[in-house]
Design a binder for this molecule. Structure first.
Ligand SMILES: [Zn+2]
Length: 114
């Protein structure tokens, strides 16, 4: 099979520390379509929670960086996932709600007993 220049490279990201697949950046990114009704409903639900969370979030807004500490209610701008809200803190990670779903993200937070 001949490669048509539609190459994919894996790069460790220096912003979030995870490995991303980078497609040829010239090619427009296709949005993934929900597979079924259930998945479409789940997406719609998380988008509603996400929007309400953004509207109610009182934390400061900044770009996501795995070396930063976060507080519940902070708003982060992730270079791949977009805007997220910090929902829960753990040792060295936190749950962030993005428009499509919640993700466990690396952070510099220390573990604190609730
Ligand atoms: Zn990244």
């Amino acid at each position: 099979m001949v490669h048509d220049g539609n190459f994919i490279i894996k790069v460790r990201c220096n912003i979030c520390g995870s490995v991303h697949k980078f497609r040829n950046p010239v090619e427009p990114r296709k949005a993934r379509k929900p597979r079924g009704k259930k998945e479409a409903e789940a997406l719609a639900t998380s988008a509603i929670i996400w929007e309400a969370g953004l509207a109610g979030a009182k934390g400061k807004e900044r770009d996501y960086n795995m070396a930063a500490k976060y507080r519940v209610g902070d708003i982060v701008n992730h270079h791949l996932f977009g805007k997220g809200i910090v929902m829960k803190l753990y040792a060295n990670k936190c749950d962030m709600l993005f428009k499509d779903r919640e993700r466990l993200m690396a952070s510099a937070n220390e573990y604190k007993r609730a």
